[in-house]
Design a protein around this ligand. Structure first.
Ligand SMILES: Nc1ncnc2c1ncn2[C@@H]1O[C@H](COP(=O)(O)OP(=O)(O)OP(=O)(O)O)[C@@H](O)[C@H]1O
Ligand SMILES: [Mg+2]
Length: 242
């Protein structure tokens, strides 16, 4: 069964007169590592937001985790991890790193219920996996950009999602952290959870290769299995404005 099943979708932002995603079809199954490449403005972020129901799908059909995206956006967002591209926490945001990671459990837990032992275990595991044990009691807004990014990855790991969407997850990470998280994401895929990652940082891709989807102008212009060393060349060859 496909985890993502998009058939001829068009999506538009509120108030936008033209569709951003145009006639796009994509199927992703368990255990796939999909990298989305393509130039700025190609629609990569919009594609991720179409998958988890954050932008309006005007035409076509879209199913994710067996649910209709148009009707079940909130339920899909409980089951899909999503590390967003641009985030900013005000220094006075009143949550610690540990609380932000625990919020990753709220989809399972419900906002007003007390976390169970299992929730605490998942949070501890995610914090350890993201290597941010020393930051747990700090207010999220007082962290550096890279530290915040690790906390957001931990938040999504704590979710134990059925699908992981990553939008430039390496943008603030130093070289060693990129190498490390590359292994973390590979592990997720090895356990069967598909990863769909938008990235311009090709040193963060798994050595075993990826399925590379190239977008331009809101459409998929290339979709093929690719070794890591080939990724940049394939993107350059596929699109006119890269
Ligand atoms: N909230 C929004 N409202 C209206 N239009 C938007 C919005 N967000 C993005 N767009 C438009 O949708 C198009 C695709 O944007 P998107 O952010 O998906 O590109 P991208 O491929 O992720 O680019 P980048 O590599 O710069 O992150 C752009 O033309 C952009 O102007
Ligand atoms: Mg983007």
């Amino acid at each position: 069964m496909s985890i993502i099943e998009l058939n001829g979708i068009y999506t538009a932002y509120e108030g936008g007169d033209k569709p951003v995603i145009k006639d796009l079809s994509l199927k992703v199954g368990r255990g796939e590592f999909v990298v989305i490449g393509g130039p700025n403005g190609a629609g990569k972020t919009t594609l991720l937001e179409s998958i988890n129901g954050l932008v309006k799908i005007t035409h076509g059909s879209a199913k994710v985790c067996g649910l209709d995206v148009r009707r079940s956006g909130p339920d899909i967002r409980k089951r899909a991890g999503y590390v967003i591209q641009n985030f900013y926490f005000d220094p006075f945001t009143p949550f610690t790193v540990e609380q932000v990671v625990m919020m990753g459990r709220y989809g399972r837990l419900g906002f007003f219920n007390r976390p169970s032992e299992e929730d605490h275990r998942a949070v501890d595991r995610a914090i350890r996996l993201a290597g941010i044990e020393d930051l747990v009691n700090k207010p999220i807004g007082t962290l550096s950009g890279g530290q915040q990014q690790k906390a957001m990855i931990a938040h999504n790991l704590a979710k134990e999602p059925d699908l992981m969407l990553l939008d430039e997850p390496f943008s603030n990470l130093d070289f060693n952290s990129r190498e490390y998280f590359k292994g973390v994401f590979e592990d997720i895929v090895r356990k069967g959870t598909p990863v769909v990652m938008v990235s311009h940082a090709f040193d963060g891709l798994p050595d075993t290769g990826v399925r590379l989807v190239v977008m331009e102008g809101g459409r998929i212009i290339s979709d093929m299995a690719c070794r890591v060393g080939e990724v940049e060349g394939v993107i350059r060859k596929a699109c006119a404005v890269c």
